[in-house]
Design a protein around this ligand. Structure first.
Ligand SMILES: O=P(O)(O)OC[C@H]1O[C@H](OP(=O)(O)OP(=O)(O)O)[C@H](O)[C@@H]1O
Ligand code: HPA
Ligand SMILES: [Mg+2]
Length: 191
């Protein structure tokens, strides 16, 4: 499979980035590795892969295509950032699981762990449903920003303490469609 290079996306949304953090090729290579690792770990467990919408959409779609094992896919939608670049601290569940969690091996699939508030809250909620296991797989880990200790089993890349967009990550709903990840120019969100 070939992927377009970042050169094909000059101008437009790219002009709003101060730098490109991860190219499309770097993302695809790492996501494939993560998928293969998860596939061997969950080979006989029929995991329930739970994407946290909306940010995980692209990551989830690519990740599971590298997991050649029986699994199910479900989604939860939560929001705490809205149009801001820092967490409101209030995590709202906008859509719950469609599947029962009890007795399932659950893998939470996230685009980014930042303050950790979203996943800390979601893990608390899901633990009350008694899954067989509950682990986190995130593409990006902004460890420096953590406000809650969180056990994150699988990390794609460490992330600097800056506001990043692309490959599912948004600012005020935009930039999710960028095929790579970059740092948003602060001028875009500080007026
Ligand atoms: O670790 P935290 O500080 O909680 O931040 C991480 C969460 O924030 C973002 O979601 P957001 O609330 O922006 O919703 P979205 O996925 O729809 O963009 C991101 O997708 C994670 O779910
Ligand atoms: O750096 C970020 N970018 C986009 N969305 C986010 N949600 C938490 N942190 C971020
Ligand atoms: Mg967001």
């Amino acid at each position: 499979m070939t992927h377009t290079t970042t050169d094909t996306w000059q101008g437009g949304l790219t002009a709003d980035l101060s730098k490109i953090l991860l190219t499309e090729a770097q993302i695809h290579q790492r996501v494939a590795e993560l998928g293969r690792t998860l596939a061997s770990e969950y080979a006989d467990k029929d995991p329930l892969m739970v994407g946290i919408l909306s940010g995980s959409l692209l990551f989830m779609a690519d990740l599971v295509r590298h997991m050649n094992i029986p699994l199910s896919i479900d989604f939860m939608a939560v929001s705490s950032y809205g149009d801001r670049t820092t967490s409101s601290g209030e995590v709202r569940i906008l859509k719950d699981l469609s599947n029962a969690a009890t007795g399932r091996h659950i893998v939470l699939v996230e685009d980014i762990v930042d303050s950790g508030l979203t996943l800390d809250y979601l893990c608390d909620v899901l633990r009350t449903r008694h899954p067989a296991s509950l682990e986190i797989c995130t593409l990006l880990d902004k460890h420096e920003a953590r406000k809650r200790p969180l056990q994150v089993r699988h990390v794609g890349f460490p992330c600097p303490n800056e506001f990043v967009v692309g490959y599912g990550l948004d600012y005020a709903g935009h930039y999710r469609n960028l095929p790579y990840i970059g740092v948003l120019k602060p001028a875009i969100y500080t007026t």
